[in-house]
Design a protein around this ligand. Sequence first.
Ligand code: DSN
Length: 429
Amino acid sequence: MEFQYEESGLVWMDPEVSTAIEMELDRERENVNLIASENYSSMAVLEAQGSVMTNKYAEGYPGRRYYSGCGPVDMVENLALGRARELFGCEHVNVQPHAGSQANMAVYMTALELGETMMAMDLRCGGHLTHGATFNFSGMLYRTVHYGLDRETERLDYDRIADIAAREKPRLIVAGASAYPRSIDFAAFREIADSVGAALMVDMAHFGGLVVGGVHPDPVPYSDFVTGTTHKTMRGPRGGFILCREAYGPRVDAAVFPGMQGGPLMHAIAAKAVCFKEAMSPEFKEYQERIVANCRALCDKMASEGFRIVTGGTDTHLFLVDLRPTGITGREAQDVLESVGINVNKNEVPYDETPPTVTGGIRIGTPAITTRGMQPVDMEDIGRMIVTALKNMDDESALNSIRSEVKELIGSFPLYGGETESSRIDPRD
Ligand code: DSN
């Protein structure tokens, strides 16, 4: 095989990788995706992400790079920065973090000295790994104290959080979570931070799109730092960003580069610029409203079938089902649902004693199915399919009929051109 890098497409150059990508496309088309942190980015985003900007080194920031030839990449980074400032109404933006974890790390490097105390939500109550888990850099480099949820209401208890803050005197307080179904009171967090002289960071990786759509409280007016990702409810490329007050801008920028990253991923930044442009459209606001309406409808359906919903409901794009009363583990539920073409993820519920690899619950989210055009009325069918699969885990004929129903339903919501059978060309034939 002769390597001709200008002419050779992926199918010719690397049929194995090409086949895996085709399989992934089929998988995405054929499954009902209820993973709360996933979505389908637009063709425009995919095109920018797969562009020649992957070739360019651009260490530094627009107008002050360490390499020549940065005119076009400066253009896209400036577009991304300007659009994000307008979209989120913030003073300073950094779009270079490779992912949400790096965005969080850069804020910690800005706000804390090594070993200083930060306070964040417990992973086992819905917080993120980078919120101080002992096996993550955040828990290794900083002293972390955690707040949880009220055992009765399963909601944030702001009085209790204030008490912990008063006792532990954190220098940084982190609000935001990966598996909390309710909206967060950022004014209350600001008051707590001020009462102990801490800075406030909000991690809106999950609900950033809802904020843009006006269906979730906006953390920007209350926070010193806001971190986010572009690939969840924002429906863009995989990546992170930081919003902050102007005064912190130079230190945040220095923490990202040269503090913890080298060359920015300019193809990803180009795609982030496209994502922010898409998010400025009126359609995006309607999309966010529909995510929440779908989530409420699906949550109501599960509750009406007798499943216990953590906190009794949802305000956001996700909800948690506590499966412990049913005797089914989160892992079993995830596996049986996957087998019928429905993707959810196993998830701990608050104060779950089940091991984290097994879990007592599942997390269900609606950003991806809403992108495919589903409406609240479709949630009746999805909910019924989930419930039937969970109640008939050992009944192969019941599962088979759910499989056919899932296939038929998802076939009415085409994705990326709609074909479900890929045409795989094997150049060796
Ligand atoms: N892994 C993501 C999630 O699923 O919530 C968070 O980074």
